[in-house]
Design a protein around this ligand. Sequence first.
Ligand SMILES: Cc1cc2nc3c(=O)[nH]c(=O)nc-3n(C[C@H](O)[C@H](O)[C@H](O)COP(=O)(O)OP(=O)(O)OC[C@H]3O[C@@H](n4cnc5c(N)ncnc54)[C@H](O)[C@@H]3O)c2cc1C
Length: 371
Amino acid sequence: MFYEPDIAIIGGGPAGLMAAITGAGADASVLLLERDDHLGGQLVKQTHKFFGSEKQHASVRGVEIADLLSQQLTDLDERATVWTGATAIGLYEDGVLTVEHKGLYKKIKPKRLIAATGASEKYLSFPNNDLPGIYGAGAVQTMMNVHGVRPGKRVLMIGAGNIGLIVSYQLLQAGVEVAAVVEGLPTIGGYMVHASKIRRAGIPILTSHTIVRADGTESVESAVIARVDPFWNVIPGSEKTIACDVICIAVGLSPLAELLWQAGCEMRYVKELGGHVPVRNRYLETSVPGIYVAGDLTGIEEASSAMVEGQLAGLEAAATLGYQSEDYESKRQDLVEQLRQLRAGPEGDKIREGIALTLHGFSPKEVDHAV
Ligand SMILES: Cc1cc2nc3c(=O)[nH]c(=O)nc-3n(C[C@H](O)[C@H](O)[C@H](O)COP(=O)(O)OP(=O)(O)OC[C@H]3O[C@@H](n4cnc5c(N)ncnc54)[C@H](O)[C@@H]3O)c2cc1C
């Protein structure tokens, strides 16, 4: 027997939550699947206040945005069903979605599907990178901010993008020493406001540096770092040993798109977006009709754009089933405009270039307008 909602949404992060709220708000029956035992995705571990505009909850802490969106969904509970502890494990070409839910194997045949599975952390290869004490930055954030566990006493952070900088600051707030932030590029990738906080706390940010190896017997005891030339070759004689019991890797995220490969969606490698992403139109429908995407799965960005994409995917999926309000067209244009504004300016260059490479079926003029 199949469970047959109008719309199934995989992933209960900001993108999936907004897709569910919008779909159910338009009167469609919605099933939201989340593999964790709680909703919110990355938001639940973000204790800092967000940037962006008021429409995307700027100045509110990530964890509070997660509560706010979960409550909005609960208020729609006649039309929205939420399964937590539910991992989507298969998406087949006949449109069947299989799910492991609290020990049971279930089959779902939704009329529309929205994938909002987010991203996974990239890793680095270096000698001894399997020693206990080496973590992804997201894992360290989960340990500290969700489970209240300090990862160690002295951390070496690899990566000076926003995640490396924010997690370094949160480590300091948790009473953990940060020995240094090491960055391979000649410049800091994250926002200056985060970098300045770290520097004010006396932590060096070493650009044009990399990790050469980790050392330790049972677990990490130190790391060797070195300066690199513009081609990322280690400059001999520049090696330094840093005492630390944790090495935290913050070198980027990759879209989590396995289910879309399985469903036969056309995929493209777009380095500006973090890896393989689904080809899709400006309203977020993939090359497989009826399958939509939203959030970091479409390219690594921010919670603000993930929330707007979730709304757009939810609105579109519902509208194609006939759940279309009178102001549908103006809502749709407003969401496209919000995305355009979030991606405007030099900060959005990379994202705009990446998105132009993933769109299909549009003239260059329309692509310009869409991104
Ligand atoms: C340290 C850090 C700081 C950040 N700071 C900011 C900031 O200040 N402002 C900002 O706008 N953004 C920020 N971001 C980025 C933001 O958190 C992400 O862009 C956003 O969470 C992406 O939303 P999403 O819904 O696409 O994915 P996620 O939040 O990753 O949610 C995806 C969800 O899908 C679930 N899932 C995955 N696979 C399955 C499956 N097979 N079955 C069921 N469920 C599944 C996951 O468990 C997860 O809950 C930050 C990120 C990090 C890591």
